[in-house]
Design a protein around this ligand. Sequence first.
Ligand code: ZN
Length: 151
Amino acid sequence: MEKIASFKVDHSALKPGIYLSRVDGDVITYDIRFVKPNTPPFLSNAVIHTIEHLFASYVRNSPFSGGIIYFGPMGCRTGFYFLTRGISHKDAIWLTKKALDFIAQYSGPIPGAAEKECGNYLEHDLEGAKKAAFAFLKTVKGWDENMLSYP
Ligand code: ZN
């Protein structure tokens, strides 16, 4: 099989941050990298799951909701992919930071986390998600559209 593009990224040089993963026509995929690859601790699945619910809920309720294609975790537990359409890089980065800030300060029930709404509704960790979002927010505080290239 041919090696897919995301496996050609040098993961040993990759640091936490926001990167442009790929462009497929008008769909843009961002690499939202919370953890330096192959450097534990990785995000726990419960933390990933809660971030997924909160991030997706936030961006789909934002003024950019029409341009949100997908937000979901990487299997390696070091970050997420965020897919958009018709949103500038600048706005996508701004929206990502806003969503992280929303998660870092969130209290209350996790949206979509009832048994009827979710495939593993008991596996959530709000406190862990808040901590991870807060830490990552510090990392990407000054991130802008000129920093999207993979190292
Ligand atoms: Zn779920």
